[in-house]
Design a protein around this ligand. Structure first.
Ligand code: NAP
Length: 297
């Protein structure tokens, strides 16, 4: 039996498919918040702690889907999602599927197509945070897909932590996730290279980091002004003109070489600056290097 409320929301019954570390944390949160929670996992024994906490274990994924109007899918990857959804088939008709499994924008759009074909609404979600933080403000879930289904179930999804809706395109949450994760990795690999330099010069990496952390307060406004320049194509001399910055780049590359530290990124930056200057844009700033990054507009 499922409940469907007059405002289109799916009431307080919920199903969670997939009880790995993340799926279990999600199911546990719903149980603790008083939702009538049905769970299913390929390896059935993983449902035991949740059943003890008050959830109902279904024997098959199809049975679990049939039990609730709102179904959260949290599996290892898109291959697992495809396999589980294939086993569910017609049980999904009339349900709202919320898939928070990691995957690409294309996979999200394909899942939406499958859901529509089977008479279900689809919301794609991604998870930025770790299982212990589910249900707190220290984890973020970007969502996208059916606006109607999202709005109707927003309060339920809020139980999971911080949430944000990125629009009707089912792939948008995955785009946000991929970009946010890439942003973090691009920053921290650069940070590790810098720590190599500090260490090679015989200085303390922790003390340096404390000082460097202080200068991060200037980054949000710098990034905003760079994004504005990229969007408008109007490149002021941010961080100084390229003519001046390119000279500094030579010092940075030779300094790194002198202590045997990798200068790959600095050489890339210098090459981009040289090309931009050669094209007559030496008076512009760092953000103008964007024009040289593939694919070209
Ligand atoms: P996990 O602990 O390895 O659990 C994987 C889940 O997928 C298990 O329930 C597993 O079932 C199921 N599964 C795998 N292949 C399957 C298949 N072919 N058919 C049916 N079920 C299958 O992973 P997790 O940490 O829960 O992660 C789940 C999702 O959350 C992933 O997409 C992950 O990228 C994302 N995520 C995780 C974290 C994290 O810190 N853990 C953070 C952000 C995002 P069995 O128990 O039967 O193996």
């Amino acid at each position: 039996m499922t409940t469907s409320t007059t405002d289109g929301s799916t009431g307080s019954q919920i199903t969670v498919l997939g009880l790995g570390d993340m799926g279990s944390a999600i199911a546990k949160t719903f149980v603790e918040r008083g939702y009538r929670t049905t769970v299913w996992n390929r390896t059935a024994s993983k449902a035991a702690p949740l059943v003890e906490a008050g959830a109902t274990a279904a024997e098959t994924a199809a049975e679990a889907v049939a039990a609730s109007p709102l179904v959260v899918v949290c599996l290892l990857d898109s291959t697992a999602v495809d396999q589980v959804l294939a086993s569910v088939e017609s049980a999904v008709a009339g349900k709202v599927l919320v898939n928070v499994t990691s995957g690409s924008p294309a996979q999200a759009r394909e899942n939406e197509r499958w859901a529509k074909e089977h008479g279900a609404e689809y919301i794609d979600g991604k998870i930025m945070g770790d299982p212990p933080y589910v249900g707190t403000d220290h984890i973020m879930f970007p969502f996208s897909g059916s606006t109607k289904a999202y709005e109707a179930n927003e309060s339920t999804l809020k139980e999971l932590g911080g949430i944000a809706y990125h629009g009707e395109d089912a792939g948008a949450a995955a785009v946000e996730f991929m970009a946010q994760v890439a942003f973090a990795y691009e920053l921290i690999i650069g940070f590790l290279h810098v720590l190599k330099l500090v260490e090679a010069e015989g200085f303390d990496v922790e003390e340096f980091t404390e000082r460097a952390g202080g200068s991060l307060v200037h980054f949000p406004s710098l990034l905003s002004s760079m994004a504005k320049a990229v969007k408008t194509g109007e490149y002021g001399p941010d961080l100084g003109s390229l003519n001046v910055q390119a000279a500094l780049m030579n010092d940075m590359i030779s300094h790194r070489a002198s202590v045997g530290v990798e200068a790959l990124r600095m050489r890339e930056v210098k090459d981009l600056m040289d090309r931009r200057i050669a094209a007559g844009h030496g008076d512009q700033g760092f953000s103008s290097l964007f024009e040289l990054l593939p694919p070209k507009k």
